[in-house]
Design a protein around this ligand. Structure first.
Ligand SMILES: [Zn+2]
Length: 247
């Protein structure tokens, strides 16, 4: 098939990886095969599509498959995260080579039962960012997890040392909230120090776009997981007096 003819053919519904161009490109569909199955019990359908495709740039020929059934939407709106979670099962072969190896086993999403949904969803995304070596997103995400944990535990402020006033003042920023975690004895002062490092890491990432080092992120993950474990999973957060009881 010549390039001119490719202009007339249908495009695959989104850009996919081309192994020759080594990036995502538009692909024309040369051939499409469809398998449909409908199971009346449960009103369940399965739709599988197989494509022979051709890169619109270099004309490299590849194979792609797409899958959909009544249970797998292309995504859903997560109210907790206030974001659209995309699930796309369109796969191209050969697949984009994964640079990073598998996640270290300790970083595979554990079966946390008690961490809030918002934190869980966020943490999952951060693990994926880590896997993709998107360390900048990872640092920003970890900072968000700290914020989400504080929100969940209703920790809104904490004492922060002010250089200007030469004394500690109560602040409602993330620095204050981390100290708030220590004040309420959810974490130890030493752990707070480390969270401050993550906070600064997140800060740096957002403002200076410095890509954090992997080993710093590894430490950060370790601490966050420790908090998941101590604060939520062992249900230690009943040491956290609820605001009204405390007064
Ligand atoms: Zn190409």
């Amino acid at each position: 098939m010549k390039t001119e003819e490719l202009n007339d053919i249908n495009l695959l519904r989104k850009k996919v990886y081309c192994s020759k161009c080594n990036r995502n490109t538009n692909h024309g569909i040369i051939y499409k095969h469809k398998e449909e199955e409908y199971i009346p019990e449960g009103n369940f359908y399965i739709l599988e599509e197989y494509y022979i495709i051709k890169c619109m740039g270099c004309e490299n020929v590849a194979f792609a498959s797409d899958y959909e059934d009544s249970n797998t939407a292309r995504g859903w709106y997560d109210e907790d995260l206030n974001d659209w979670i995309e699930v796309d099962l369109l796969t191209v072969y050969p697949e984009k080579p994964k640079k990073s190896k598998r996640l270290p086993s300790r970083l595979i999403m554990k079966n946390y039962e008690f961490i809030p949904g918002e934190v869980r969803g966020l943490y999952k995304q951060i693990l994926n960012a880590y896997k993709d070596e998107s360390y900048l997103l990872c640092a920003i995400g970890l900072r968000m997890v700290i914020e989400a944990i504080c929100k969940d535990l209703k920790i809104k402020t904490g004492l922060v040392y002010s250089e200007k006033e030469k004394k500690k003042i109560r602040r409602d920023n993330i620095e204050g909230k981390i100290n708030g975690l220590a004040e309420k004895e959810v974490i130890l002062d030493k752990q707070a120090d480390i969270l401050h490092q993550i906070r600064k890491l997140g800060n740096k990432s957002t403002h200076d776009f410095k890509v954090p080092k992997k080993n710093i992120l590894d430490q950060a993950f370790y601490i966050i997981e420790t908090i998941f474990h101590l604060v939520y999973e062992i249900r230690k957060f009943n040491i956290l007096p609820n605001e009204s009881k405390h007064k």
